[in-house]
Design a protein around this ligand. Structure first.
Ligand SMILES: Cc1ncc(COP(=O)(O)O)c(C=O)c1O
Length: 461
């Protein structure tokens, strides 16, 4: 029976053990005993070998999504006479293995700091396949990037044009650059995920763009590739992309009068399902709509279709990963004398997934170590941090017999989970384990207490 404390979108599941395909990674299933297994490795085996919490990445799923996005956009853009260059947005989750997986599928990578750049280079990715983003890149970061021969730098301000031009000139190089435009389009997503409304820090206002491009073109040490726009993240509608693309095409057409503009970068932000109530478009549909939007823009302003660059992150790694936790304390809390919410505490929390507390992001959960035929009970999965906002899953129906020691799986944690992890309360950041064809492989080790103490210079040894 439904609980009055449940949000309107959450319905009592017919089967509280089911793993909805939209939300779980491609190779997640239940084995014959009812245990969750991912790519043939059971939750119990993973917890026994690596402990909990642990990020479990379905390797084949990441590669298939990278391949699928590239193929879908290539096919659809070819239909309208264009082509695509796909950058994986490394901020979603980057380690050397993932960098190799996505570049192995023909993608490039966008990095947003000197640290992400270092990871991509440490993975052996050629610098020419990288683009560098950010609203406040330091002179040191830019010097390193230019020196490595980075494929492009996405310029974000007037001051940065000068800085990159001087850096490249000093190094005797010509640096390819794009210019990030704030299109003024407000994407329909969480306020902190919308990156192109007027009152925010990214890019240059569209009205000032042509003066910026003139300035870029005035430097021999810069090579202008084209405009860049990213309107936000976890977007389900194509209207925002369409409006931003229209505004960008108008500018792109105008800039063609002053020289070559080979590319147009329309960013990433394609939404994924975190709960079974989320219904994102399939990548094929997204690519089809994108191509139509591009064709319409090119036709309206009478210009050839440029090479379209896109930067998906979440839609490649998000659905691939499940976080496994161990259930600890359970409390049945009577709310306003009306109904009970079951508080299920796990051994991680906002330090391995800040998104619920940062954006109010919803997730779902299942008992991973077993199936249960107990009646569903409305639960809130919470972490072990000293914050009442330390919530992992706001609302989910779990079997009423959920108990201490159960393993809990939270799907779709691959994007902005491990990458935003912290050491709050001196919790060690969890390991990342790749599973493929029945085998598990540690790709990022978990932190130890020694790691936690290593920067504290007053430790008595
Ligand atoms: C400039 C830029 N490109 C790409 C992305 C990737 O977005 P998503 O992971 O939602 O696809 C982001 C995310 O914040 C971004 O800021």
């Amino acid at each position: 029976m439904s609980n009055p404390l449940a949000p309107p979108w959450l319905t009592v599941p017919d089967d509280v053990n089911a793993l909805p395909a939209r939300v779980w990674s491609a190779n997640a299933s239940r084995d014959s005993s009812g245990e969750l297994e991912i790519a043939g490795v059971t939750a119990g085996a993973l917890a026994a070998e690596f402990g909990t919490p642990v990020f479990v990445v379905d390797e084949a799923d990441v590669k298939a999504r990278a391949r699928g996005i590239r193929a879908a956009f290539a096919r659809e853009l070819e239909r309208v006479g264009g082509s695509v260059k796909v950058y994986y947005a490394g901020k979603a989750f980057l380690c050397t293995e993932v960098a190799r997986w996505v570049t192995g599928e023909g993608l490039n990578i966008d990095v947003a700091s000197g640290g992400e750049l270092a990871v991509a280079i440490a993975a052996g990715v050629d610098a020419s396949r990288l683009a560098f983003h950010g609203n406040n890149k330091s002179p040191g970061e830019l010097d390193t990037a230019v020196g490595l021969g980075i494929g492009s730098i996405v310029l974000d301000s007037w001051a940065e044009i000068e800085l990159v031009a001087q850096t490249a000139a000093r190094q005797g190089r010509v640096q390819a650059v794009q210019l990030r435009i704030n299109s003024g389009v407000h994407a329909s997503t969480h306020e902190y995920l919308a990156t192109a409304r007027e009152d925010q820090k990214f890019g240059v206002p569209i009205a000032d763009a042509s003066a910026h491009v003139d300035r870029i073109r005035s430097f021999d040490s810069l090579n202008f590739l084209g405009l860049h726009s990213h309107i936000g993240s976890q977007i389900f509608e194509s209207d925002g992309f369409a409006e931003a693309a229209r505004r960008l095409f108008a500018l792109h057409a105008q800039l063609l009068d002053g020289g070559d503009v080979p590319q147009l970068n329309l960013g990433g932000g394609f939404g994924i399902a975190y709960t079974s109530a989320d219904e994102p478009l399939s990548i094929d549909e997204v690519a089809g709509r994108f191509a139509d939007i591009v064709a319409a823009g090119a036709a309206e302003f009478g210009v050839p279709v440029p090479v379209i660059a896109i930067e998906p992150g979440r839609s490649i790694v998000g659905p691939s990963t499940t976080t496994l936790y161990t259930v600890g304390t359970i409390k049945d809390v009577l709310v306003e004398g009306k109904a009970v919410r079951k508080y299920v505490s796990v051994d991680g929390g906002m330090s391995d997934n800040i998104r619920p507390s940062l954006y109010g992001a919803e997730y779902s959960a299942r008992i991973a170590s077993r199936c249960s035929d107990a009646e569903p009970a409305l639960a809130r999965v919470v972490g072990k941090h000293c914050e009442s906002g330390d919530i992992v899953v706001y609302a989910e129906y779990l079997p009423g017999d959920v108990r201490t020691g159960d393993l809990l799986g939270v799907p779709a944690t691959g994007a902005y989970g491990a990458s935003m992890a912290s050491n709050y309360n001196y919790l060690a950041r969890p390991p990342v384990v790749a599973v493929l064809d029945g085998a598990a492989r540690l790709i990022v080790r978990g932190e130890t207490v020694d790691d936690l103490l290593i920067r504290d210079l007053g430790v008595r040894r």
